[in-house]
Design a protein around this ligand. Structure first.
Ligand SMILES: [Zn+2]
Length: 397
C-alpha cells in the first residue's frame, strides 16, 4: 500500500510538472489535492493516520457508514505494564452526518476519554454521554455529529515530539538558556535539552518518557513557567544559584510513533535507567551527569500520568543531603491544591526508573510526579507551579 501511494504521488507529480510546463501562461491550474492515503475509506468517509503521534490503527467501514478502528500497541520486548491504549486518527467526511465510531481494543480495555478537534478550533473533551462501553470494556463506541471535512479524535489532545521542545524553547527564550542536541534516538530523531541558570547547585526536570502522558507534560509546563516567571527576591536568588537541566522530549520515536509506552526499541525507557540499553536513556543520563559536573544535584523531577495523581518519592531517611525538600514539597501541595496528591515512598535501586537512578547516581531525591489522566489542564499546571514554588522557597538562600 505504501509503494502504491508513492507510485501514485510520483505519477501525479510528473503529470503536474508536465501540465505546468505546457500551460505556463495560464493563470489557474486545478489538480486533484494530493495527500497520503486513508487507512480505510467508504460511504463518503475516510480514516487517516499519516501525521506525527497518530495511533497504530487499522479500520473498516460498514456499508451504512459505521466505522471500526482497531487500537494496537507497539512491539514490546517484554510483556507490558500499565497498558495505555493510545488512539489518534483523523476522520474526513464528504458530508455532515451522525457518525458511529467503535474503538476495538482486542484484549485491552478502554482508558482515555475521547477528545476531538475540528478545523482550526481548540481540542474539546467529548461529552460522556457520547460514549458507550461493552461489558468487558474492550470496545468503546462513540456516537457524534460529524461536520463536513476533517475531525481529529484522540485519547488526549495530540502533542507530537516537536511540540514540547518548541514550547520549552519559547518559555526559556531570552533567559540565557543553551539548547543542545545531546544525542539521537534509535530512529535518528534529535534528542534536545536545555541548560541555564546559575552554577552552584543543579535541578533536573523531564517528561514524556511515556508517550501518551500529556497531563504530566502539562504539569512540567506549569513547573518550568513558574521557575522562569516568578519575580521576587527568592526566585531571583534561586535562578542565580541553580543550574536548570531540562529534557522536554526524551522519547521522540515513541511519541511520534503513537506508542502506548515504549521507545522504538520496544523498551520502557523508565525501566532502563541503570542498564542503559537504549540510546535515549544512555544519552540523557550521560548528558545530565556531564552538565551537573561537580555541582550538587538537589532534586530531579520526572513528570508522568496515570489513573490518579500520586507522587512517588524516596523514603525520608534516604542518604541524600537534600531529602528534606520532600516534606516542603508535600506541604506546598497540601496547602495550595484543591485535590492534593497521595504520596508513596520507596526506593528500588534495580528498578530502572529515573527516580531510583537519581538517588543512586546523583544522591538527589528523584521524584516521579504522576498526574491523573483526566485532570484539567489548569489543575495540572497548578501542581507544576506549586512544585516550582516549593523548590524556590526551600533552596533559595
Ligand atoms: Zn509514565
Amino acid at each position: 500500500m505504501i509503494r502504491l501511494w508513492q507510485g501514485g504521488l510520483g505519477a501525479a507529480a510528473g503529470l503536474a510538472a508536465m501540465l505546468a510546463s505546457a500551460c505556463e501562461n495560464l493563470p489557474e491550474m486545478s489538480l486533484p489535492a494530493l495527500g497520503p492515503p486513508p487507512i480505510c475509506a467508504d460511504a463518503g468517509l475516510r480514516v487517516e493516520t499519516s501525521f506525527p503521534a497518530a495511533g497504530r490503527h487499522d479500520c473498516a467501514i460498514a456499508p451504512g457508514g459505521a466505522i471500526v478502528v482497531s487500537v494496537d500497541h507497539e512491539p514490546a520486548v517484554t510483556e507490558g505494564i500499565n497498558p495505555s491504549p493510545w488512539y489518534a486518527f483523523k476522520l474526513n467526511s464528504d458530508t455532515p452526518r451522525e457518525a458511529t465510531i467503535t474503538l476495538d481494543y482486542t484484549d485491552y480495555t478502554h482508558r482515555y476519554a475521547p477528545w476531538i478537534k475540528r478545523g482550526g478550533t481548540a481540542w474539546q473533551k467529548l461529552p460522556e454521554a457520547s460514549l458507550a462501553l461493552n461489558e468487558r470494556k474492550t470496545r468503546a463506541t462513540i456516537k457524534m455529529p460529524l461536520s463536513q471535512g476533517e475531525t481529529y479524535i484522540a485519547a488526549q489532545p495530540i502533542s507530537p515530539a516537536g511540540d514540547n521542545t518548541g514550547w520549552t524553547r519559547n518559555a526559556l527564550s531570552g533567559r540565557g538558556f543553551t539548547e543542545t542536541k545531546y544525542g539521537a534516538s534509535r530512529e535518528g530523531r534529535d534528542l534536545v535539552g536545555f541548560v541555564g541558570g546559575g552554577g552552584i547547585e543543579v535541578i533536573v526536570a523531564l517528561t514524556r518518557q511515556h508517550p501518551p502522558e500529556t497531563t504530566g507534560q502539562e504539569a512540567y509546563r506549569g513547573f518550568v513557567e513558574r521557575l522562569m516567571k516568578r519575580d521576587d527576591a527568592r526566585a531571583n536568588a534561586f535562578r542565580a544559584r541553580h543550574r536548570m537541566i531540562l529534557a522536554p522530549m526524551p522519547n521522540p520515536d515513541g511519541v511520534d510513533g503513537g506508542n502506548w509506552r515504549l521507545n522504538s526499541g520496544g523498551v520502557d525507557l523508565n525501566r532502563d535507567w541503570g542498564q542503559f540499553t537504549q540510546p535515549e536513556t544512555k544519552a540523557l543520563s550521560d548528558w545530565i551527569v556531564a552538565q551537573a559536573g561537580d555541582r550538587r544535584v538537589v532534586a530531579m523531577m520526572d513528570f508522568h500520568s496515570t489513573d490518579r495523581t500520586v507522587i512517588y518519592a524516596p523514603p525520608l531517611e534516604s542518604p541524600s543531603p537534600t531529602i528534606g525538600f520532600l516534606p516542603q514539597l508535600k506541604q506546598a501541595f497540601d496547602t495550595r491544591l484543591k485535590s492534593p496528591p497521595e504520596w508513596s515512598y520507596s526506593h528500588n535501586p534495580a528498578g530502572g526508573t529515573s527516580k531510583g537512578w537519581a538517588l543512586e547516581a546523583l544522591k538527589a531525591p528523584g521524584i516521579t510526579v504522576e498526574l491523573w489522566d483526566q485532570i484539567s489542564l489548569e489543575d495540572a499546571r497548578a501542581l507544576g507551579a506549586a512544585a516550582a514554588d516549593a523548590m524556590i522557597d526551600y533552596f533559595a538562600r
